[in-house]
Every structure is written in C-alpha cells, then in structure tokens.
Design a protein around this ligand. Sequence first.
Ligand code: PLP
Length: 444
Amino acid sequence: MSLYRNIHPFTYMPPTSETTPEKIEQDNVCLVRGNGSWVYDKHDHSYLYATTAVPTLGVSNPDILSPLFEQYKTLSFSSTCGQTHEHLLPLSEKLMEITDHRFEKVFFSNDGSGAIETALKLVRQYYQLKGQPEKTKFISFDGNYHGTTLATGAVTHMGIQESFGPSLDGCIKVPTPDLYRPPVQGTEDELVTYCLNELEDKIVKENPATIAALLIEPIQGVNGIIVQPSTFFPALRNLATKYDIQLIADEVTTGIGRMGTWTASEAYGIDPDLLVLSKGLTGGYFPMGATLFSKSISEVIFGNGNVFLHGSTQCGHPVACTAALTILRLIESQNILDNVVTEGSHILNSFRESLKNHPNVGDIRGKGLMMAIEFVEDKETKEKTSFDFGARLSKLLHRYGILGNYFNSILVLYPPLNISRDESIYLIENVVAAINQLKVEGTV
Ligand SMILES: Cc1ncc(COP(=O)(O)O)c(C=O)c1O
C-alpha cells in the first residue's frame, strides 16, 4: 500500500494506515486543469470554481499569463531587501490610487497571514517609537479570521488557536453584530448599539493606554459570510480615534473588488489606519499580501529614516507584482466592478427566490460576489444541520459541477469577478438543483 505523504491545510486527514493516494483523491477533488471560471478533474468532469476569493479573474487566464511568462523570461526573481526592481513602484502607486490616496506606504508579503502579521508589527513599533511601549494589545471580533501564524492566530476568534496551547497575551475578543445569530435579541440598531457598548466597555476596562489596534473583518469570510450592519463601521472609526487605537481593516478577502468596490472600506466608509490585501490581489497567479498604512504611522517609523526589521526573502517578488498590476488594470479596463454588482445581486436574488421555501435553508446572505447559504434543521431554533447533511450536499454539488466551500452548515460561494451571465445562470441552477435534491429521500 502506498503512503500518502502530504498533510493538507484545514482538511481532515484519515488515520495514517488508511491514508492512501486513492483515498485522498476519492474524498477530495483532484484538479488537473482550468480555464476561466472552470476547473476539470482527472475524469474531465467540469466544475464552476467558487471555492475561494483567490481567482479574481478566473484560472489560467491568457490575459494574465502572457505578461507573467514575459516576466519569468526577463527576470524570474529579484530580492527587495537592499535591492529593487521595476514593478515595485508602479504597483505601490496603483494601490495608493485605488484606495483614494488615503495611505502613504505599502509593505509586501507572501500571503494574507504575512500581511496581517506585518500590520500588527507596524502598529506595535509605531507605539514603541511614540514613547507608548505599553500599547501592545489587540482587539478583534468574535468569528474573525486573520491568519494562521501564532500572532494572527491569536487575533483570530474561531476556536482554532486552542489546539496549540497558550496564545499571545493581550488579544481580546468582543461580540460581532451578526444579524442571523446575534449575541442579543433586538432590532438591527439595538444590536449595533449593544456591540459598540461592549467594545467601548472592553476598551475602558482593559485600559486604552495598553491597546494598540482594533482589527475588523468587514464581512467575515471564513466564518460564513457574516455581513454586518453598515452603521457599525463609522462608529468603530470614532472609537479608535477617541482612544488612540489603530484601526486595521483586514480586506484579505473583501479587497480588490469582491464587493463591487475596490475595498469594503470604501463601501462602508471605514477609513482605517492600515488596510490589508491578499487573495484577489494576485488572483492565485503568484502568492502575495500587501499592508497599506497611514501617513502618521509612516512619519513616526520612517520619517527620520529607519529599518523595519521584518520581511521575508521573497516578498515583493517581481512575478507577483506583475500579476497584481495586470489584474488591477484588467479590472479597470473590463469594468469588472460593475459586473460584480450586477452578477452578485442577480445570483443572490435568484437564490433567495428559488430557495425561500426549502425547509433547511435558514439564511441566504452576501454582498457582491461573496455569498452564503446557511442550513438548519429547523428554521425556528436555527439548529445547525448534521455532518451527514453536509457530506451529502458536498457530494451532490460535485455531481452538479459546482466547487464551493461547505463548512459548519454553511455553503460559501466566491465566483470569479468576471463571471458571465451564462455562468451565473449555471451556478444558480445547479446549486439550487443540488440543494433541492437533498429533499428527495435516498438519492445520495
Ligand atoms: C480575512 C482573512 N484574513 C487573513 C487570512 C489569511 O490569509 P492567508 O490564508 O493567505 O494566509 C484569510 C484567509 O482566509 C482571511 O480570510
């Protein structure tokens, strides 16, 4: 029996003695090629690829591949440590432009976790240099996901870090205004007021002089597309200013057009001090993260010259910069943001209409091209569906040619931003058919 050598991230691995390559391929789709919104497995079965927010403009897109091939031929690698290359500045300028020149500088890393880690360190160093070294704590919201390193895991509140023993000290959790599963009952306004009061109480109790940053995830992605009331966000800016706390907008998922605007910060008027991008920025053509930060942080840390003792050997990679610049220009020249708004609302409205009477569909939510369908055993009690329900649904979706992301009774879908109307119709019809099929006894 051949042994399977790879451990997959966030994936159940069967007992070692049973983990064969065949078993892994049976439980996990094995993709061999892709084209735009479509990917194909070994048996040439096609799937519409909506698993993650990474493929901004689809996979193996020739408009992106040709500049990348050129870049590989011209300069396949350049360090940015004590060196530079010709794509770093244009990409930095472009990021300033799409964020309306609210930020002064950008630091590149290799993924979303690296970019959040960078934000946390920038904030810590900012307060060190301002003579407030006791400002070290981080506040973030229940259900936020910020990454997988020890520090980004410590500000993530999804029950993940507990597997690894004691976490970073001073990482504080506050309630989220989750409209479907609210921490308190009441109207939307009452929910917002409750969460803001809880946050302010926590800031005061912990002592504002010890708090460095507040991290927000404008729509919680990993937690199941938790869309929060838009009235919540301007109030966060006010609290951050009142207590001299840096506001970090984690837009690893929501950034680069996912909501139909370049960023969620723009859509919600968040005005953060730091803004973090990754996934869609390079669309999966090369990994990259970016941390944009304010003039005041820049002045304090770099105003008189300084070394940021942080970074990794391959950050700011020229191929990543080429991918990002190409994607940003294509989003503009192909009016992709408009497409996100049009197709996003078409898909969401169609799901709402087609599934409104399904006994197990508890909630349908989303914004732009990030959406979720939450399943329940009972619409009144909102009890989550069984593991078996999820396993059956995932199989059915595969059979209907859809690759989504089912986790914790929630189906999350991130179609590519350039999805066509025909592809949207395919997505709607096949997701609805798979979900309706679940009602029919003995089909799976
Ligand atoms: C909001 C958010 N922040 C940070 C991360 C971490 O990004 P990465 O997986 O690229 O390290 C993720 C990943 O899912 C995310 O959704």
